[in-house]
Design a protein around this ligand. Sequence first.
Ligand SMILES: Cc1cc2nc3c(=O)[nH]c(=O)nc-3n(C[C@H](O)[C@H](O)[C@H](O)COP(=O)(O)OP(=O)(O)OC[C@H]3O[C@@H](n4cnc5c(N)ncnc54)[C@H](O)[C@@H]3O)c2cc1C
Length: 408
Amino acid sequence: MSGGAQPVPGRAEVVVIGAGLLGCSIAYQVAKRGQQVLVLEARGICSGASGRNGGMTGAGSALHSAAGHAVYALTRENLRMLSEELPRELDDDFSLRLTGTLDLATTEEQYEHLVASVRAQQEHGLAVRLLDAHEVRELVPVAADRILGARLSEEAGHLWPFQLVHALARGARYYGAEIATWTPVTRIVSENGAVVAVETPRGRVETGTVVLATNAWTPRLLPDLPNGALVPARGQILVTEPVAPVLPYPFSTNFDKEYGRQTPTGQVLCGGCRRLDEDEGLGHDEENVTPRVLSGIARTLATLFPPLSRLRMVRAWAGIMGFTADGLPLIGPYGGIDGLYVAAGFNGGGFSWGAAVGKAIAQLICLGRAVFDLQPFDPNRFAQTGVTWANPFTAGERNNPRSRRTTS
Ligand SMILES: Cc1cc2nc3c(=O)[nH]c(=O)nc-3n(C[C@H](O)[C@H](O)[C@H](O)COP(=O)(O)OP(=O)(O)OC[C@H]3O[C@@H](n4cnc5c(N)ncnc54)[C@H](O)[C@@H]3O)c2cc1C
């Protein structure tokens, strides 16, 4: 079912709001378990962050806390599903390439950080290696002399986001799910502590189960979500003309501020430099590019890989991420309202989560419990503790201890 003036079905067992990676993954997993699913999407399938991202994926976390273990368990399962389970079930490889990824250091501070974090990750059994400058240039001959070393994370790689999301949407439809595009949900209706319906301009849908997979837009449907718990954050990406293979590994650098990869069709895609955007892109949900950020991204590419400075830039776009105050997503039942679930706020990394979270939410809905530890991702945690901004991804500065800051 696509958009238009026709009314939506008046009833569904499960309503999923949003048809990005999370919505399509949840719809697929719930429909596969035999429940009748209706997906309501304000625009088109994959039109939000899921269709505007870098396509990097991998397992991992800093593993310094209980949350770290829960993150690793889910992201590791996600990688297994992407590489083994879903290709078999959906007959699609999503153009997934598990090449490993390189985290490049260009300053002594970054290099020292890599040395310490590689040691800590190896102690926890993660498949990571420290490379010196010579080893980096052996693997990536176009790498600049200024690159001092890198971490090679083996449980990681890249994929084509559209291919994955559309394969999940097809899979959901195969099991009977309906996807209504151009159908924004305007209100979730609950009575006596339980969800009873959602409202859209194309009619009301009676239902006992609603899942919000609405990423940055989630606060609009959950007015009681504490202010600042989940905020939009604009990211931008620049793409070159296609060239022969030059970047065998996706890369990130500068405490993950910048990142990129070469697609199987030869284009080099690079993003980051949010610190050059207005308010670091935080609080912005306009999907427009800005010249300062794009210039910064072009400079980054030329600085890290000088021969690429000769390439023409052919495309650029912006997308809106959902950033949470503590950098962890919101996954699970919401607000003590029977039948209401959230799976949103995946910051800059939803493709390391989406497949496994789809399974976790489906288990909650269909079995009443998930096999994963979802406690650190409890969507109600900010209502209980208040909101303190400590998002380690702010300005993309994941792992940079100096990026942490506090706001009210
Ligand atoms: C520039 C950029 C680069 C990124 N790079 C990477 C990367 O390399 N690797 C990675 O893993 N992640 C990356 N991400 C993050 C990743 O894209 C997201 O984490 C992921 O796509 C989140 O998926 P989602 O389904 O939760 O959200 P979205 O894809 O944003 O989907 C939410 C959907 O909900 C719909 N919606 C909202 N409100 C309503 C409503 N009221 N009614 C109906 N529908 C509604 C929206 O239209 C949208 O389609 C990047 C993101 C950006 C923007």
